[in-house]
Ligand binder design. Structure first.
Ligand SMILES: [Zn+2]
Ligand SMILES: [Zn+2]
Length: 343
């Protein structure tokens, strides 16, 4: 089988690898689509904290089960599935609290010998492999993982019915967080981004208040539409300037949720945080509940969410896909790689 291997920073090579064999509690998945994620881009540019070359990139996936280990129950060869791509230890302090997403011993594709999804075939434990809903296409299924990130961020933000929500940054995660906020009952969701294209995608998935972050008077424009400020604000872009925008635009008692990975520490106006009882919380991937929610939303609303997918490229072009994202030579939100397995 073929894999998309990051051989060194800035270079992905598609090469042959041995066909993996599932352990008794694992399944072998024939990859239909593998999503390219911001974290793959970090690995590609050499800025990822632990994904270092040589490594098979990718953790977002949809596909069909090609082989099931002897102990696997509830999943059959041919099932259309996606994977919640991490394994928690079940024993640490955080797992004991149900906070599996911040497990001390968490294993993810790209470490510990677990090869990523940029491949013809992908191995996953059966207990993190979920069937797609009957109305979910394989393209839509590849969005389950980033949508679960949005679902968890919205849970961390405590978005409640009637809230006004602002998402700063309209890439895949920002867009899907905005969508998740709508599903959580937000009265209104606003979003900012540097690119008009991303703002258009935002509108198309149901986020009407989309502001270009380059425009002068951005904060005034948002304040005109939301004179009271916003209840929950998501930092979905890694620009330090967004943190100041968030503390200025938050409503009293509001909550700021950091989902982006900044390059380093960023100053925060703690005076505003004190005076107005603002809260700042982090959010990290997802738990199984978030993943189930994402799967349900995809099954109800797949065609709308699919609007994010603007590029489907063959696995052979994994390197081109990474450079397209890194250099942004054209409008792009979500790229899926397609191995085009012989069926
Ligand atoms: Zn991802
Ligand atoms: Zn643990």
């Amino acid at each position: 089988m073929r894999v998309g291997m990051l051989q060194e920073t800035g270079r992905v090579v598609v090469q042959e690898a041995p066909r993996p064999r599932p352990a008794p509690d694992e399944v072998l998945i024939r990859v239909a689509y593998a999503g390219v994620c911001g974290s793959d881009l970090h690995a590609f540019t050499g800025t990822h904290p632990f994904r270092k070359p040589p490594v098979v990139l990718g953790h977002e996936v949809s596909g069909t089960i090609a082989e099931a280990g002897a102990e696997v129950t509830g999943l059959q060869v041919g099932d259309r599935v996606t994977v919640m791509p991490y394994v928690s230890c079940g024993r640490c302090h955080y797992c004991a609290q149900g906070r599996t997403n911040i497990c001390e011993n968490k294993i993810v594709p790209g470490i510990g010998g677990w090869q990523g999804t940029f491949a013809d075939l992908f191995i996953a434990r059966a207990d993190i492999t979920y069937p797609l809903g009957p109305d979910t296409s394989l393209v839509q299924g590849a969005l389950a993982e980033p949508l679960a990130v949005g679902a968890h961020a919205v849970a961390r933000g405590g978005v409640a019915p009637g809230n006004d929500v602002l998402v700063l940054g309209g890439g895949t995660i920002g867009l899907l967080t905005g969508y998740a906020a709508l599903r959580a009952g937000a009265r209104s969701v606003a979003l900012t981004d540097l690119y008009d294209y991303n703002l258009r995608v935002a509108r198309e998935i149901g986020i009407p208040h989309a502001y270009n972050a380059r425009s002068e008077g951005l904060e005034d424009a948002i304040r005109r539409d939301y004179p009271e400020g916003l209840d929950v604000i998501f930092l979905a872009g890694a620009a330090p300037v967004l943190v100041g925008q968030a503390t200025r635009l938050a409503r009293r008692g509001g909550r700021i949720v950091s989902t982006a990975l900044f390059d380093g520490p960023v100053p925060v106006d703690v005076v505003a945080m004190t005076l107005y009882e603002l809260e700042l919380v982090g959010t990290q991937i997802y738990q199984a509940t978030d993943f189930f929610r994402a799967l349900a939303w995809l099954n109800e609303d797949g065609p709308r969410l699919e609007r994010l997918v603007d590029h489907v490229m063959p696995l052979e072009q994994a390197h081109e896909a990474m450079t397209l994202l890194a250099e942004r030579r054209e409008d792009v939100v979500k790229i899926l790689l397609q191995p085009e397995n012989e069926r």
